[in-house]
Design a protein around this ligand. Structure first.
Ligand SMILES: Cc1cc2nc3c(=O)[nH]c(=O)nc-3n(C[C@H](O)[C@H](O)[C@H](O)COP(=O)(O)OP(=O)(O)OC[C@H]3O[C@@H](n4cnc5c(N)ncnc54)[C@H](O)[C@@H]3O)c2cc1C
Length: 346
């Protein structure tokens, strides 16, 4: 049994701590729960196969992340008795017209071979989109990806916290003085990295999501995730309630006061996707996404006894659980599925 101190209790730190505690190690997590913690603000979409990003190391990580999710969640929910909000409800990916829909269908379905967890992939006409998601506009054709899903960041963290405790670990809701850390330190401080230890350069991006409620007249069934045009996406959060986002703002500021301008922009976007119903704004969720070089997560030693994990970017909830599994295996000299040297690029 080895001793680990984890600094930072977002998905990166919590998942590593859970996997280390599960294998009998002594683990203590210190989390300051800063306002703007990315994990809690996140939309929680798990659908990496539709991205047009070409970075192969990133893709291997998120692909393995999506593959691991169902087993990981089943085990976590059974162990803790807590629901994480994980649903494999599919993803509707909208496109401007049928020509782009066809190109996207070819690009996305080509990934099925190496990723059986994607499930079926097929085209939807505008009318079929409306049938599957009655609130949604019928202006755009789509590609449906059966394996797409979503998770609630806050519920996932709560279950991980419980899991860590059930496996004998500790969770302390405060900062720790670096000199008090015992054993190996896992430094997973998200946007707040660099305060304590030398880490790869971490910059951050402010991202806002508008949570909204639709007119009750449209009683909806369980709806899939919607990947809209450009960077826009929509997830269901409750009965007739959705979150739409997101904004991307590079900043050095740590303020998380919602911006009125962004709220208006997102409300306007919501009217475009939900044209036939009244939209009531509920609140804005603001989070700080951490990025490292080339937007590729950094996973590796940064000093003697300091192992840093950061830069999970815009797909951290997808990659977080598998990073936890892999880092715990690596630190305890077990075989990893991914080659973690790909991410230790300092
Ligand atoms: C609006 C938004 C939407 C997103 N949507 C998606 C999505 O749909 N799908 C997806 O896969 N990903 C999504 N992401 C990305 C994902 O949320 C992040 O990549 C991920 O949560 C980052 O996790 P983290 O643990 O590195 O950082 P965080 O979750 O930010 O956690 C870092 C933690 O470290 C703590 N900390 C820092 N310094 C100290 C210290 N000295 N002592 C103690 N504690 C400390 C902080 O208080 C914080 O709690 C989204 C992000 C945002 C903001």
């Amino acid at each position: 049994m080895s001793t680990y101190t984890v600094i930072g209790g977002g998905i990166a730190g919590a998942s590593i701590a859970y996997h280390l505690a599960k294998t009998g190690n002594s683990v203590t997590v210190y989390d300051r729960y800063d306002k703007g913690q990315a994990t809690t603000a996140s939309a929680g979409i798990i659908c990496p196969w539709v991205s047009q990003r070409r970075n192969k190391k990133w893709y291997r990580l998120v692909q393995e992340g999506a593959r691991y999710y169902p087993d990981f969640i089943q085990e976590l929910e059974e162990t803790t008795g807590q629901f994480t909000g994980y649903k494999r409800n599919g993803a509707i990916c909208l496109f401007k017209d049928e020509r782009i829909q066809q190109l996207a269908y070819e690009r996305i379905s080509a990934k099925q071979d190496g990723s059986p967890e994607m499930g079926d992939v097929y085209k939807l006409t505008k009318a079929e989109v409306k049938e599957m998601h009655p609130h949604l506009t019928d202006c755009y054709p789509a590609v449906f990806v059966e394996g797409g899903g979503q998770i609630r960041g806050e519920s996932l963290l709560s279950a991980l916290k419980e899991g860590i405790s059930l496996h004998g670990g500790k969770w302390i809701q405060q900062a720790i003085k670096p000199e008090e850390a015992e054993g190996t330190v896992i430094y997973a401080a998200g946007a707040w990295a660099g305060e304590y230890y030398q880490t790869p350069l971490v910059r951050h991006q402010r991202a806002e999501l508008l949570h909204l409620k639709l007119d009750d007249a449209y009683q909806s069934k369980e709806t899939p995730v919607v990947m809209g045009l450009g960077p826009m996406y929509i997830v269901g959060t409750d009965h007739n309630q959705f979150a739409i986002g997101t904004t991307h703002e590079d900043t050095e500021d740590f303020s998380i006061a919602p911006s009125e301008e962004n709220q208006q922009y997102l409300h306007h976007e919501a009217m475009r996707y939900f044209p036939e119903t009244t939209i009531q704004d509920q609140f804005m969720a603001v989070g700080l996404r951490p990025f490292t070089r080339d937007s590729l997560p950094y996973i590796g030693w940064t000093a003697d006894h300091i192992f840093s994990v950061n830069g999970l970017g815009s797909t951290g909830l997808t990659a977080g659980p598998v990073i936890g599994r892999e880092v715990a295996a690596y630190l305890t000299d077990k075989e990893t599925v991914l080659n973690l040297e790909d991410y230790a690029y300092l």
